[in-house]
Design a protein around this ligand. Structure first.
Ligand code: NAD
Length: 296
């Protein structure tokens, strides 16, 4: 039976460490601040944003949400971002995705100043991360997965990591991080056009799944002793829940747990780590600002 990798507990430890660092910055007169821009009324986005700003506040950071109407124009949204870019009390800016279709999300993400891009989605940060430059903000989900493996003492050197999904926000940066010197993994990326997915997933020492399809990975698709990281977040109807739904991942958790050595649950695995790394990136942004403002 697989050991559960408890993202909530790892996050609790990390957040306690960070609270100490926030207190030190505050003593030096700086309160790290994160501003989240939320366009429209998507309930899932509202819930994610609320948990992000709440997490900031529990650490002593300043978290604020700017709610903009669904029909906000590109120019109005850019003006809000401009204002946040030049506000010295705001260290991190995040525009919650997905955006309504009339807004060009790539141009919106590029409008955020790279020094405040705590999601790490600006092409400048993506490029810095790709070349292994420590100034980069690493996207929160890949950063959280790496941190989780490190803190759980799961070795990656020489291991075959198979990633299912090729997204820009999770899979591509994760592949680049895992193959870099340090983690030293051998990485295979698979996606919707990969023929015979199971032929690849069965080779994995560590299997990371970021697709968004319930039960995509079944027990016959993994080898015994595999470590499974389930990034997927799927809402499925659940009459027994007050919300009327529950969250499940992309992996058939009960069956795969019989075969794997370790596995992340959904919820309580990758999700909390993503928010924790957002706090870490905001702290990094605030520290970098303090360093830049000191006379050389
Ligand atoms: P995405 O939605 O941009 O893309 C999905 C990927 O899955 C694509 O690359 C596609 O090629 C691949 N795919 C689709 N069907 C496939 C199949 N049958 N076989 C193999 N590959 C297939 O990806 P994303 O934004 O990385 O999100 C993926 C999932 O992870 C979603 O459920 C999302 O909600 C979740 N997610 C969770 C967190 C977290 O913090 N836990 C963070 C980000 C994303």
């Amino acid at each position: 039976m697989a050991r559960n990798i408890d993202g909530t507990e790892i996050s609790r430890v990390m957040r306690a460490e960070m609270a100490q660092q926030v207190a030190e910055l505050q003593a030096a007169g700086v309160t790290p601040g994160l501003s989240v821009v939320l366009v429209g009324n998507n309930p899932a986005s509202q819930a994610y944003v609320a948990s992000k700003t709440r997490a900031c506040e529990t650490l002593g950071m300043k978290g604020q949400t700017l709610n903009l109407p669904e029909d906000v124009s590109k120019e109005e949204l850019f003006a809000v971002i401009d204002r946040l870019n030049s506000d010295a009390t705001v260290h991190g800016i995040l525009v919650q995705l997905p955006l309504p279709a009339h807004l060009p999300y790539k141009a919106v993400l590029e409008h955020i100043h790279p020094d405040k891009d705590v999601d790490g989605f600006h092409p400048q940060n993506a490029g810095l991360a790709f070349v292994g430059d420590p100034r980069a903000f690493i996207p929160c989900t890949p950063a959280g997965i790496l941190e989780m493996l490190r803190r759980e003492n799961i070795p990656t050197r020489g291991k075959h990591v198979v990633i299912v999904g090729r997204s820009l926000i999770v899979s591509k940066p994760l592949a680049s991080l895992l193959m870099a010197p340090g983690p030293d993994a051998t990485v295979t990326i698979t996606h919707r056009h990969t023929p015979d997915l199971a032929a690849f997933t069965r080779q994995a020492d560590i299997l990371i799944v970021a697709v968004g399809k319930q039960n995509l990975i079944t027990a016959d698709m993994v080898k015994p002793g595999v470590v499974v990281i389930d990034v997927g977040q799927n809402r499925v109807p659940d009459a027994s829940s007050a919300r009327g739904f529950k969250m499940v991942g992309d992996v058939d958790f009960d069956a795969v747990s019989q075969v794997a050595e370790a596995i992340t649950p959904v919820p309580g695995g990758v999700g909390p780590m993503t928010i924790t790394m957002l706090l870490a990136n905001t702290l990094q942004a605030a520290r970098a600002r303090v360093t830049r403002s000191q006379p050389s």
